[in-house]
Design a protein around this ligand. Structure first.
Ligand code: PAF
Length: 290
């Protein structure tokens, strides 16, 4: 409990502004970890990285309505503020910003941001999703004004898109990607894993198996894009993951489809699949060495 009290809870913009001003006055960089809550060890890795790199660490929890489609899980997205506060405090976070929707999107709000990188893959399956991510991340970065912002590489397309956004709009912040944290069977940690039943949870492990199989084949010399994609798809299907939205090999920087694999340009295999009613995503760069 004491730990929780030591972490500042900032529920409005004026308390956030005061807190950041006091950090600036004290000196040292501000590290920022934006989240939607329902925190897990993947988020904690972001806090630990921020803690290591920056004098001051602030996280935010805001379940952003504009990045959910009309038939998606906005209403039932897990909201676990008390547990989240405990985890953040234990991980050494200094402050937590939990804004009301009206602070982020005041009455009359009408701006949107569209980034081409968001047209494919998840953006194709979830129209408008990345516009919502881009706008909320821009608002949060403008409000917090961190020196460094940390994002998980599990959301690989989101990471590239935010890096593009920050670069294109000349926002004065460094964007850092943190490797995916996995369960014992390789399943990427995600707030949505808690939707899975025991049977679905077991099947969900095949996303990782599918990616690992492609990486192993790549390391053994396979360079045919269609063979690698078909191999991963077969493993998903053999594991009972039948709701595959995409499993595609893409350029790891541009996300353009890969025509020919080149050794000096390791591609990334990206997957999105429904297991039961839950949509899961994962990815793996097919590097030659770890
Ligand atoms: O990755 C997330 O949790 C969200 O998309 C983000 C970046 C916090 C924006 O709402």
């Amino acid at each position: 409990m004491d730990l929780i009290r030591r972490m500042k809870l900032l529920t409005d913009l004026s308390s956030l502004t005061q807190w950041t001003a006091s950090c600036r006055a004290a000196g040292g960089e501000i590290g920022f970890v934006p989240t939607m809550g329902a925190l897990h060890l993947g988020h904690m890795a972001l806090i630990h990285a921020a803690r290591k790199a920056c004098a001051h660490v602030v996280a935010s929890i805001f379940v952003n309505p504009t990045q959910f489609g009309p038939n998606e899980d906005f209403a039932r997205y897990p909201r676990t503020l008390d547990q989240d506060r405990q985890l953040l405090a234990e991980a050494g976070c200094d402050a937590l910003f939990v804004p009301e929707a009206g602070e982020i999107y005041p009455v009359g709000f009408q701006t949107s941001i569209h980034i081409e990188l968001g047209n494919s893959l998840c953006g194709r399956m979830r129209p408008g999703h990345f516009d919502g991510v881009a706008v909320v991340v821009t608002i949060l970065l403008n409000r917090v004004r961190p020196d460094v912002a940390f994002f998980g590489l599990k959301d690989y397309q989101q990471f590239l898109l935010i890096r593009r956004l920050v670069g294109d709009l000349a926002m004065p912040v460094r964007v850092v990607g943190i490797p995916t944290v996995r369960e014992a069977d390789g399943l990427a940690m995600s707030s949505r894993n808690r939707y899975l039943t025991a049977d679905e949870r077991q099947r969900a492990g095949f996303l990782y198996q599918a990616l690992m199989a492609a990486r192993q084949a790549y390391r053994q010399g396979e360079r045919d894009v269609q063979v690698l994609e078909a191999l991963s798809r077969r493993i998903l299907e053999s594991g009972g993951v039948d709701g595959v939205e995409y499993i595609e090999l893409r350029d790891a920087q541009t996300l353009e489809p890969v025509v020919v694999c080149r050794d000096n340009n390791a591609p990334v295999m990206l997957v999105a699949a429904r297991v039961g009613g839950t949509r899961l995503i994962d990815n793996m760069v097919l590097s030659i060495v770890d």
